[in-house]
Design a binder for this molecule. Structure first.
Ligand SMILES: [Mg+2]
Ligand SMILES: [Zn+2]
Length: 177
């Protein structure tokens, strides 16, 4: 079993533009690429877990989301970083699915398919749902203050989560496997 770093997408890896549906709008957060490169070099599987409810809300088709996610994977590959997978919840918040964060579905599916050690893994994101997801599956949650993260910093500290300013900074919270 391999340890993973589960990563939120919007506000964590890329700038959160709100229901992103155009591949041209994929822009990295500061130090995201350097952080991901260091994490991959440390032997972690890098797995994106993302709520993309714009699909379920009818704002854009699944194909648009796939194009954005494909563009992200391609831009990372061009920078020498291979993602182990991108797992998305396409459902609307009221759909009652088991994959919308903080429900554990995405991480459970990824872990089964990629043979990952969830308890030895990390979940990094900019929202409370990302940290609650970490807690729900028994991974270690880290809040980034990028994206919407500043709003959740107080709650994260009160609840014992690590708080970092970028993915590169988060490397300091992530031990070598
Ligand atoms: Mg986010
Ligand atoms: Zn879902």
């Amino acid at each position: 079993m391999k340890r993973a770093i589960f990563l939120d997408c919007d506000g964590t890896i890329i700038v959160d533009k709100g229901y992103l549906s155009d591949p041209h709008d994929v822009m990295f957060e500061p130090d995201a690429v350097a952080g991901l490169r260091a994490m991959a070099a440390s032997g972690f599987a890098l797995v994106v877990v993302s709520n993309q409810s714009g699909i379920g809300r009818g704002l854009f088709p699944r194909t648009a989301a796939d194009a954005v996610n494909g563009r992200l994977a391609e831009m990372l590959l061009q920078r020498g970083i291979a993602l182990a997978g991108i797992y998305i919840c396409p459902h609307a918040p009221d759909a009652g699915c088991h994959c919308r964060k903080p429900q554990p579905g995405l991480i459970l599916q990824a872990s089964a398919e990629l043979d990952l050690d969830i308890n030895g893994s990390f979940m990094i994101g900019d929202k409370q749902c990302d940290l609650e997801l970490a807690r729900n599956v028994g991974a270690t949650g880290i809040l980034l203050t990028t994206g919407a993260g500043a709003k959740t910093e107080g709650w994260a500290r009160e609840n014992g989560f690590g708080v970092c300013t970028s993915l590169l900074d988060a490397m300091g919270c992530v031990q070598k496997p």
